[in-house]
Write a protein of this length. Structure first.
Length: 519
């Protein structure tokens, strides 16, 4: 025992030996102690941890009072008295726990008192301390919490290998006009970087909301290799699972009611609650669009700029603008989540009732049996499509024009609150890929509108646009539309997409000959 204490004293002397230089001033020694207290060392017992500043001061003071290594030997501790919990009591308590693993210490102490005729029940702290030393007890506690075995941590190695989706529990917001609404936040998190690829404020975790969130992420960043979500009805529905299968995405299976398996996105939800939802109490809200804008600003300006404890960097730095190599066209992304049905049109009017609304079927598409094949978009079930032939769809016109939408309040005087500075900063800066609200979907729409056909129509066109945008973006919306219009006027109609991109590149890249006005 004495040799072990001497070995510990020698180790302590090694730690404080740099501090005993007589040429050091008090301030220099204090700065050295602060630096030493931040460095992990291996202690004689085997654990790795820094030596606290108070401990370094105590060891130094003890050696200065008695300059011998023996003065640093640990003090002998008094031998503990024998435990008041007898072995037969432990065996009986463990037997009770095997019968019911969730039994409390209070009930165990009372049962021990009755079983062994004790004048008073044993102290629960002593009973708990002795039980914790038993391997059987630790196994029983794991079993009582539903853990059959130790969990194994997993994490994707590269961005977009695994996407993790879940919904934040319901919370209530109040708008400035007095309305209260219960909403949820659906998010998709990249497993490797903890980057939030898409987050939408929705009324419920419905299939339409789940598809809208997935499409928002996939249209901007491409497709993941695997998709991970709980067994909620939206993610476990046939339509959503079939859409993932069509897109070639592996769905990771998980057990229901298993929150521990979703630790990464649950940690994000805790941050979301502390940093955003609590701040909404001090932030007036105009409408749902204002709430969504505040959420986008919070994620971009606060959550993505927070240094993650495990990654040792921010989520934005970890993703570094990386886009998945599995590009997907907007047309295929739409078709993957369509659900086709066969309905019968009215024999006289040709009307078709879909989701409680009447639609008109073109006369030339009504067959003798009057069966019409339609496709319902799970994100927009009230806007059915008629199937012309496999893979070709047209919107089904409504029988009665829908009522005109009430114009939104576009007043410049937005409510000011605790989250307003984030929103103003978010609106006033350039996003990694494009300006606010001008990303890859808007680039696709601009090409389609100017060229006069659906862009991209193939996977090759989608990959070409994604790569071109990553090399030369972001763009100003007005400048991009002007440059695209002038390029097509110069080239003429009917040009392939690759030639249009090359002409746009000559406008952007000043190092190429024949340079025109950059975007």
């Amino acid at each position: 025992m004495k040799s072990e204490a001497l070995r510990v004293a020698c180790w302590r002397f090694e730690q404080i030996s740099p501090l005993m230089d007589p040429r050091l001033t008090a301030s220099e020694r204090a700065r050295m102690i602060v630096g030493m207290a931040r460095v992990c060392v291996r202690w004689p017992c085997g654990r790795e941890a820094p030596v606290p500043r108070s401990t370094l001061y105590r060891w130094l003071k003890a050696y200065q009072a008695d300059p011998r290594v023996e003065s640093l030997m640990p003090a002998e501790r008094e031998k503990r008295l024998e435990s008041v919990i007898k072995p037969e009591w432990l065996d009986y308590a463990l037997a009770l726990l095997e019968e019911e693993p969730a039994r409390s210490l209070f009930v165990l102490a009372r049962r021990l008192q009755d079983r062994f005729q004790l004048p008073t029940p044993p102290a629960r702290s002593s009973l708990h301390r002795q039980l914790q030393r038993q391997a059987r007890y630790r196994e029983l506690r794991r079993r009582s919490s539903g853990e059959i075995r130790l969990r194994r941590r997993f994490q994707a190695l590269l961005p977009h290998d695994i996407w993790h989706a879940d919904a934040k529990a319901d919370f209530t917001v109040r708008f400035t006009h007095g309305e209260k609404r219960t909403v949820r936040i659906l998010s998709i998190l990249d497993d490797a970087t903890r980057f939030i690829l898409a987050a939408l404020v929705v009324a419920s975790e419905s299939l339409a909301a789940a598809v809208a969130t997935f499409r928002a992420a996939a249209s901007r960043y491409g497709l993941p290799g695997k998709f991970y979500a709980d067994r909620g009805s939206a993610y476990d529905s046939d339509a959503f699972r079939r859409g993932l299968a069509i897109l070639g995405i592996h769905r990771i299976n998980t057990r229901p009611r298993n929150p521990s398996a979703h630790g990464k996105i649950e940690a994000y939800h805790r941050s979301l609650h502390r940093w955003f939802i609590r701040e909404l109490l001090h932030q007036p809200l105009r409408d749902m669009a204002h709430l969504q804008a505040l959420l986008d600003a919070f994620i971009d300006q606060l959550y993505h700029q927070h240094v993650h404890r495990e990654l040792k960097q921010t989520s934005a730095q970890a993703l570094h603008g990386h886009i998945s190599l599995r590009a997907v066209s907007l047309e295929r992304l739409r078709d993957a989540f369509l659900v086709e049905r066969e309905l019968r049109a009215h024999p006289k009017t040709g009307e078709l009732r879909v989701e409680g609304r009447l639609f008109l079927v073109p006369k030339h598409l009504i067959t003798a049996q009057r069966y019409i094949r339609i496709a319902l978009d799970t994100e927009h079930p009230n806007q059915p499509l008629i199937v012309i032939r496999p893979g070709v769809y047209e919107p089904l016109p409504p029988a009665f024009p829908p009522p005109a939408d009430t114009p939104a309040d576009t007043a410049d005087n937005e409510p000011v609150g605790s989250l307003t500075p984030l929103l103003e900063k978010y609106r006033g800066r350039t996003l990694p890929q494009a300006h606010s609200g001008f990303g890859l979907p808007e680039i696709y729409s601009a090409f389609s509108r100017t060229i006069g056909r659906h862009i991209p129509s193939t996977e090759a066109e989608a990959s070409a646009i994604v790569q071109w945008l990553a090399d030369y973006g972001p763009f100003d919306p007005k400048a991009f539309d002007l440059a695209l219009t002038q390029t097509l006027e110069h080239l003429g109609s009917g040009r392939p997409l690759t030639q249009i991109l090359q002409a746009l590149t000559r406008r952007i890249n000043p190092s190429q000959p024949g340079k025109e006005t950059p975007l």
